[in-house]
Design a protein around this ligand. Structure first.
Ligand SMILES: NC(=O)c1ccc[n+]([C@@H]2O[C@H](COP(=O)([O-])OP(=O)(O)OC[C@H]3O[C@@H](n4cnc5c(N)ncnc54)[C@H](OP(=O)(O)O)[C@@H]3O)[C@@H](O)[C@H]2O)c1
Length: 295
């Protein structure tokens, strides 16, 4: 069924002029490639390194990867919370190791990656997920708080990539995944640091994708909307199309398995954000200031 659907654009291309059919053909080839990756993905063969694995998206991904048979290295600052997740994975006969560290410490992140490689032989997949929110009023900027968000959300991911990418390139295989955000696409009120960190994270991973072309190492950028996690818990601000964590995790895993280059969800909010990108600033400013997502 999936195969038949992905072949539809090829039939369309046979009937239409090249100018119309070329983008469709490219999309169809990409879809076919994704389908091939999806069908051949075997979690039992994967060693996965997740940053920010002690709660929320990272914790839920770790438990689901463990259930599917992957071997896991879990990094975050809270050692006790990591141990609880390792216990849960091991109860289900999975394999995981807790690697307590701060992503801002490049040496500690490299030491954690080395420990994971020593335990399970290699690293196949990095999920650069560690991140913090942060409400920042542009009229009263706090440079220290701004730097904290950038250091964790952006430079933390740089440290994680630096700790795994050279070995992946050497082994000729691997996948680097960034958990960015729909907030990466345009500035939002009181979100200067968060939007800047996620926009930079997405641009960093896009550059990585270009640099690693042909190396066998894939790059996937995930742009989620609002998901129920400790990060969003207790917020009074509006969160349109807020998703359950389990649903979000399923979508993220499918995008990873398909080795998608970029994946934005839920589709409703992703479509609105794409529409926002087409708006001239005068229109965008009116819409964005009326819809604050921060208290
Ligand atoms: N929830 C959403 O609606 C949403 C939407 C879009 C994108 N995201 C992104 O998804 C990622 C995960 O967020 P979440 O919603 O799952 O929030 P969360 O439950 O608060 O998880 C954040 C994780 O990052 C870790 N972390 C924070 N600072 C760290 C540091 N300095 N060093 C190492 N680990 C650190 C935390 O662990 P420790 O505190 O133990 O260190 C925790 O495991 C973030 O990058 C976030 O920006 C979330």
């Amino acid at each position: 069924m999936l195969l038949a659907l992905s072949l539809l654009p090829f039939y369309f291309c046979l009937l239409h002029p090249p100018s119309l059919s070329r983008p469709l053909l490219t999309k169809a080839l990409n879809d076919l490639l994704s389908l091939y990756f999806l069908m051949n993905f075997d979690w039992k063969q994967k060693v996965v390194f997740i940053t920010g694995a002690s709660s929320g998206i990272g914790g839920a991904l770790a438990i689901e990867f463990g259930r599917r048979g992957a071997s896991l290295g879990l990094l975050a600052r809270r050692a006790d919370a990591l141990s609880e997740i390792v216990n849960e994975i091991e109860k289900g006969s999975g394999r995981a190791v807790a690697l307590p560290a701060d992503v801002r410490d490049a040496n500690a992140v490299r030491a954690a990656a080395d420990e994971l490689r020593a335990k399970f032989g290699r690293i196949d997949l990095l999920i650069a997920n560690a991140g913090v929110g942060g409400t920042i009023d542009g009229a009263r900027l706090d440079p220290v708080e701004f730097a904290r968000v950038i250091n964790i959300n952006l430079l933390g991911a740089v440290n994680a990539v630096a700790a795994v990418a050279p070995e992946m390139v050497e082994q000729g295989s691997g996948q680097l995944v960034a958990i960015s955000s729909l907030a990466a696409y345009r500035g939002l009120p009181k979100s200067g640091a968060y939007c800047a960190s996620k926009a930079a994270l997405s641009a960093f991973f896009e550059s990585l994708r270009l640099d690693l072309k042909g190396s066998g190492v894939g790059v996937t950028i995930i742009h989620p909307g609002f998901i129920k996690t400790p990060l969003t818990a207790g917020r009074d601000a509006q969160m349109p199309f807020l998703m359950e964590l389990d649903d979000a995790v399923k979508k993220i895993i499918r995008a990873i398995e398909a080795r998608k280059k970029s994946y934005a969800f839920p589709w409703q909010l992703a479509s609105l954000v794409r529409l926002g990108m087409l708006m001239p600033s005068s229109v965008y400013d009116r819409v964005a200031t009326k819809n604050s997502f921060r208290e």
